[in-house]
Design a protein around this ligand. Structure first.
Ligand code: BGC
Length: 770
């Protein structure tokens, strides 16, 4: 009905001669548009074409949404699709025998663990090629939010607890994807750090914390990559919804940082429809009748100015003229999935982290027999759930990966699991019937295979045990069920360790997880621990390469592993999920009789830890609580750092270090540059990451010189008392380190005069919400 109304309005108001959109006539096209057309352009693909969260039924099936086309003005519809680990579209199309699988790349957290921006750029290039060749215009990725708390359900879609690492990774991904002539959407701007009550939770954060941590990641990415679009988050920030936030979208993003692209809401995010546009948020996704009407009414009765409307329309048109759809690109619908699988495999190999390796347990000799335990070994987890999932053609499980690497596998253990997994698949199928696709599904329960453990300890030379965790959008992790190992998992580790250790044989634990699990209480039972994250569809191959030593691990933690959850700086200010309640993102809002904004950690979350997030907290205030520090990762070789130089330049310093491979196998290392700043006026963490670089593969005995640029600006801290970036005078220690706790060499520099750079005072807390 409304659709008919819109079309007739459009046709009735069409003059005979209308401009057709081109790169050079955007103002002319805006001037020729009716209010209805402008509103149609800004509210995204409408409800009629929309088939559940992020799943459109028109254009490219399974894409998340569209921007409406207006043929009268030569404006094509464009297509938007998720997401961070690869393109998410339907793998099948009605009436078509072909398949449209996409590559399931490693999760963002693994990519960050590689500390290799060049590699991430290559993953982006491959991902972007699938976007182009499947007919999509904008990939709704990458996600760059900070890992504030290990229980956040979406951490796997994000890179790190550190803004420099997150922002650099996101920029590399944007540049890689966009090198194909398609767009990205850097998301979720900003502070999507919890899923519980995500549509209504208010993040209450100081301006210093915002500017130094939760916005710095986005600032770095925006300045280094100018993504075509950005997506706002679902939450409020100091009482103002992110999607309706003029401070965030206009004053900061556009005016201060110089962002030139378009902004869109997250799917269904934001409440005040004209307020969204007024704030400088150009697209309301997805469209719906009620949003169309609300926006049109506001335009007609003057609540939304013509200037605000036209500015958004012009930005959306600017986006459209860059797209393949506008340029008439005919997608092949056949990207080179084989080549991309290879990119996926190599990327995963570089982000896998060796956490523990007692007495050179690894690499494991492939000529010896291995026994493979843990249900996840046989049902490997490539990536997380929700919009960050990918419809991939296959996942290589660890069993197949080890076999093709040449390991002889214990047949009894395999046949036990094969039969158990079959039974479990039947049980799960019943439970999973009708389950919502974007939430996690029931998986096989862990089991202690009593019948085969002792015999396998006798006949095999080494045991591999995989523990898996899958989660995602819509839910945070349950402390007991997801962060801690379950009773069954503990029992499995215990039984296998006892049996193998009694025969003088080794046990390796492989963590196939989307986020860290607690390790302190059980790590003594394992001889080696390999953190392989969710390594994408080639996972089993990548992990086997590292276990066998074909690839020397070079991943380093992009977050701190603490000893206990209660040691986390945000532990007291993050929702505690109770397993027996059906909690998800909207559960609490639906409770009858509830006022908004009255329950801590649900309606609002206080970021009391301030700038002391991750290693900034642990290294400054709680060193003893660190199990493995930020930046930590072992190798099958060892490296030395020497000849550190800090050479001043116009806007900063070039720090160089010689890295030498001291061991007997080839390997790559990561140079991490931290700065310890003086604190005269402002309190500061004892160190902050200001630069990093990965070495090329160094042969035994080989050296290379690694150079890292550090800008002067990046050494400043935010002084709320006069709303400025303050570079305090005094001595700054520049540290080259192998992780946040292990400095290798350092040099001092002196800032002689204090420097301040004033910026607008933004994000004041709304008194109504305090
Ligand atoms: C997610 C976004 C995603 C969108 C479209 C939302 O639920 O938060 O990350 O891009 O859906 O699928």
């Amino acid at each position: 009905m409304i659709q008919t109304l819109i079309l007739s309005t459009v046709i009735a108001s069409s003059p005979m001669q209308v401009p057709k959109l081109s790169e050079n006539n955007i103002p002319e096209v805006v001037a020729a548009m009716t209010d209805e057309e402008k509103v149609l352009l800004l509210i995204g693909g409408r409800a009629k074409t929309y088939n559940g969260i992020g799943n459109t039924a028109v254009g490219v099936p399974g894409a998340a949404g569209t921007v409406n086309g207006i043929p009268r003005l030569g404006i094509p519809s464009i297509c938007l699709a998720d997401g961070p680990a690869g393109l998410r579209i339907s793998e099948r199309r009605e009436g078509d025998d072909r398949t449209f699988y996409c590559t399931g790349f490693p999760i963002a957290t693994l990519l960050a663990s590689s500390w290799n921006t060049e590699l991430v750029g290559k993953v982006g290039e491959a991902m972007g090629n699938e976007v182009l060749e499947y007919g999509v215009d904008v990939l709704l990725a990458p996600g760059a939010n900070i890992h504030r708390n290990p229980l956040c359900g979406r951490n796997f879609e994000y890179y790190s607890e550190d803004p420099l690492l997150s922002g650099s990774m996101a920029a590399a991904m944007v540049n890689g994807v966009e090198s194909n002539g398609v767009g990205t959407s850097l998301k979720h701007f900003a502070l999507n750090n919890q899923e519980l009550n995500r549509l209504a939770n208010d993040a209450r954060v100081s301006q210093r914390t915002l500017r130094e941590i939760y916005l710095k990641n986005f600032e770095i990415a925006v300045k280094a990559s100018q993504p075509w679009t950005m997506m706002t988050s679902y939450n409020y920030i100091n009482g103002v919804h992110a999607a309706e936030n003029t401070d965030l979208l206009t004053r900061l993003l556009r005016e201060e940082w110089g962002f030139e692209g378009a902004v869109m809401t997250d799917w269904g995010g934001g409440y005040d429809v004209p307020g969204i546009i007024r704030a400088g948020n150009d697209m309301i996704q997805p469209g719906s009748d009620s949003r169309y009407v609300a926006l049109l009414e506001a335009v007609k009765d003057g609540r939304l100015s013509k200037e605000a409307l036209d500015a958004c329309v012009a930005r959306v048109l600017n986006l459209i003229v860059k797209t393949p759809s506008f340029k008439g690109y005919v997608p092949s619908e056949a990207p080179d999935l084989k080549a991309h699988a290879e990119v996926c495999k190599l990327a995963a190999e570089e982000g896998i982290i060796l956490l523990k390796n007692n007495k050179n347990t690894l690499p494991a000799d492939i000529s010896r027999r291995a026994a493979l335990f843990g249900t996840a070994s046989y049902d490997f987890i490539a990536g997380g759930t929700g919009s960050g999932d990918v419809h991939k053609a296959y996942v290589v499980n660890l069993l197949d990966g080890l076999r093709s690497a040449g390991f002889e596998m214990d047949a009894n253990v395999i046949s036990f699991y094969e039969s158990y997994m079959k039974d479990e698949a039947e049980r799960c199928a019943v439970i999973n019937k009708g389950h919502q696709w974007f939430l996690d599904a029931e998986r096989a329960l862990e089991i202690v295979p009593e019948a085969v453990i002792d015999a396998s300890a006798e006949s095999s030379d080494i045991a591999f045990i995989t523990f898996g965790r899958i989660f995602g959008e819509g839910k945070d992790r349950d402390l007991n069920a997801s962060y801690l190992l379950s009773e069954r998992e503990r029992a499995l580790l215990h039984e296998v360790s006892e049996a193998f250790h009694s025969k003088g044989k080794k046990v390796v634990v492989i963590l196939n997880v989307g986020g860290l699990v607690e390790m302190e209480s059980w790590r003594d039972e394992a001889d080696a621990i390999l953190l392989c994250w969710q390594p994408g569809q080639e996972g089993g191959h990548s992990v086997a390469s590292v276990l066998s030593g074909k690839v020397n691990p070079s991943g380093h933690l992009p977050m701190t592993a603490s000893r206990r959850y209660s040691d986390e700086p945000s532990a007291e200010n993050f929702p505690r999920i109770v397993a027996d309640k059906p909690v998800n993102y909207s559960y609490y809002r639906r409770l009858p009789g509830r006022k908004l904004y009255d329950v801590k950690d649900i309606d609002f979350t206080n970021y009391e830890e301030g700038i002391y997030v991750g290693y900034r907290f642990f290294c400054t205030k709680a060193k003893k609580a660190i199990l493995y520090p930020f930046g930590y990762g072992l190798s099958y070789t060892s490296f030395s750092f020497s000849n550190m130089k800090v050479i001043p330049g116009e806007n900063g310093w070039t720090v160089s270090v010689d890295v030498r491979n001291k061991g007997s196998v080839a390997g790559k290392d990561v140079v991490q540059i931290y700065v310890k700043a003086p604190h005269r006026k402002l309190d500061k963490p004892v160190l902050e990451l200001k630069g990093f670089a990965k070495t090329p593969l160094l042969a035994p005995g080989e050296s290379c010189t690694v150079s890292v640029e550090i800008s002067r600006e990046s050494l400043a801290s935010f002084d709320e008392s006069n709303s400025s970036w303050l570079l305090e005078k005094g001595k700054y220690k520049i540290i080259a380190a192998s992780d946040a706790l292990h400095p290798e060499c350092s040099r001092g520099i002196r800032i002689r005069e204090e420097e301040t750079r004033r910026v607008e005072n933004l994000f004041a807390a709304d008194p109504l919400f305090l």
